[in-house]
Design a protein around this ligand. Structure first.
Ligand SMILES: [Zn+2]
Length: 41
């Protein structure tokens, strides 16, 4: 089950969230760099 772990990633610029195992390289909504994307649980 651990292999299917999904995290929620939240953009601190536009508050968009995305779900995935890895931090997105860029925000899918506003294009902010990964430094602007925080893990949200
Ligand atoms: Zn964003």
């Amino acid at each position: 089950m651990e292999g299917f772990f999904m995290a929620i990633w939240k953009c601190t610029q536009c508050n968009a969230t995305s779900e995935g195992r890895c931090r997105p390289k860029v925000c899918p909504s506003c294009g902010a760099s990964k430094e602007q994307i925080a893990k949200a649980e």
